[in-house]
Design a binder for this molecule. Structure first.
Ligand code: ADP
Ligand code: MG
Length: 218
């Protein structure tokens, strides 16, 4: 099992306690996480990625419970085994697309070791996602939002982390671009040792996934 959660909940202390469904994610699974705005989707993702602390319940990644890990160990686990595409993308403005794309490898020897030729792998993933070498050499402010999202995808998947998490990666795209992006994202994580969880409030993405998890009241 790549990921397993049990009785997970989170309390910001200012509203209702958020409660999350138990999740069991096996290798090769593609999961859509849907729910209304404010239902707790981003909170759930931030718990899964170790950004928020586990207050109640448990999260296991590759068998290891987050609660048993020191902050340093959790950082290492995250760098080695999780690729994240944040809603805000978090690209570094003074780095080129290529430099942003390979950033995840700088923090993980495990992920770096899975790639023979980083330049070749990065540019070929870029080409697969419609980014030419010329585009990869530009800085984020010279790229369209769609191109920036594709850079964020490459950064998340390079070096084959077992779990890919994406928070509303299509929110800035129109409906036809959304379908294309989701199908590209899914085909770029075709490896049977990986799993992907994509958060969205857009029900149109559901057919692209093996399974749908709903958060909050419908
Ligand atoms: P979604 O991603 O589904 O829109 P969120 O996880 O962002 O939902 O938010 C779930 C609930 O938690 C909302 O009611 C939101 O206002 C609240 N919330 C989110 N982040 C914080 C925070 N940092 N402090 C206090 N409340 C928060
Ligand atoms: Mg959100």
């Amino acid at each position: 099992m790549i990921l397993e959660t049990n009785a997970l909940s989170y309390d910001y202390g200012s509203g209702e306690k958020l409660q999350f469904p138990d999740l069991k994610v096996a290798a090769g699974e593609k999961i859509a996480l849907v729910g209304a705005s404010g239902s707790g989707k981003s909170t759930f993702l931030n718990l899964l990625s170790g950004v928020l602390p586990v207050q109640a319940g448990s999260i296991r990644l590759l068998g290891q419970s987050y609660k048993d890990l020191s902050p340093l160990q959790l950082d290492k686990i995250r760098a080695d085994h999780i690729g994240i595409i944040f809603q805000s993308l978090n690209l570094i403005p003074y780095l080129t697309g290529f430099e942003n794309a390979v950033l995840g490898l700088e923090f993980s020897r495990t992920r770096r070791a899975k790639i023979d030729d980083v330049t070749y792998k990065t540019t070929s993933l870029g080409h697969q996602l419609g980014l030419t070498s010329n585009i990869l050499n530009k800085r984020p402010n010279e790229l369209s939002v769609g191109q920036q999202q594709r850079i964020a995808v490459i950064r998340a998947i390079l070096g084959g982390p077992e779990l890919i998490l994406a928070d509303e990666p299509t929110s800035a795209l129109d409906p036809s671009a959304t379908e294309k992006f989701i199908s590209e994202l899914n085909s770029s994580v075709e490896s049977s040792s990986q799993a992907i969880i994509v958060i969205s409030h857009n029900p149109k993405i559901i057919p692209w996934f093996d399974r749908v998890i709903r958060i909050g009241r419908e």
